[in-house]
Design a protein around this ligand. Structure first.
Ligand code: MN
Length: 251
């Protein structure tokens, strides 16, 4: 038996997860395995120092006290019978563009699936809250893209990072990973006992204006589809570094 494995990093109770699972159910059997709480920005973390519990809170919906990458591992390696035909992650609340990619539990869940050889797609909505209209539009995009991936397939080691604009969708673009700017960066404050504390991620985000990038596509109201690869080696830098006078031997 094969199934579509659905996960996210916003947690098992996210409306975005429910919308994704609902769209994926058009393909047949769906299994949802998701973190029991919001694990956004957990990246590609894998839990190795504690046991994992998976509670089936509804039929075919598992709540796991672990990370999105843990959830993909459980879905592939025996929590349920059969193997995924497709792994989808999201729909994340908030875009995952440019520099966000390696922080994102949403994207790294799709990366984990690609590392294991499964076709996978990460979906994110560029919004601060889920509205009925945005979820309906996002579901239509999800249905279209998962049908496309299932019928055509993806090259080995390649997965898709899909971002969906909020509001009316004016197009769909293939993009490359752009460059985000993170406003103030770190906010420093003082707590009631006089000690300093810090918040990372304060300030509004901007982005570099790079035609063809994921950031530009979203700013133009387009769905952005970025094909990503699991192998991070830079082929061009391998050529460049071949000219380094590298020589090392132990005495
Ligand atoms: Mn998230």
């Amino acid at each position: 038996m094969s199934f579509v494995l659905v996960t996210n990093d916003d947690g098992v109770h996210s409306p975005g997860l429910a919308a994704l699972a609902d769209s994926a159910s058009d393909l047949g059997s769906v299994v949802v395995i998701a973190p029991d709480r919001n694990r956004s920005a957990i990246g590609h973390a894998l839990t190795l120092d504690s046991p994992l519990r998976a509670d089936e809170i509804r039929s075919g919906v598992f709540s796991v006290d672990g990370t999105p990458t843990d959830c993909v591992n459980l879905g592939v390696h025996g929590l349920v019978d059969g193997r995924p035909r497709l792994v989808v992650s999201g729909i994340n609340l908030g875009a995952n563009l440019g520099d966000d990619i390696t922080y994102s539990g949403t994207v790294c869940a799709a990366m984990e699936a690609a590392l294991m050889g499964f076709p996978s797609i990460a979906f994110s909505l560029d919004a601060r809250e889920f509205t009925f209209d945005d979820l309906a539009r996002s579901s239509a995009v999800v249905t279209y893209l998962i049908n496309t991936v299932v019928s055509i397939g993806l090259p080995s080691g390649i997965f898709l990072n899909v971002n969906i604009p909020s509001g009316v969708i004016s197009g769909i673009s293939l993009t490359f990973q752009g460059k985000r700017h993170y406003g103030e960066g770190i906010v420093k404050k003082t707590d009631p006992r006089g000690r300093s504390y810090f918040w990372i991620g304060g300030g509004e985000n901007g982005f570099a204006d790079l035609p063809g990038s994921d950031c530009n596509a979203i700013a133009a109201g387009h769905v952005s589809i970025t094909p990503l690869r699991t192998g991070l080696t830079s082929e061009s830098a391998l050529q460049l570094l071949a000219d380094w006078p590298l020589s090392f031997t132990m005495d």
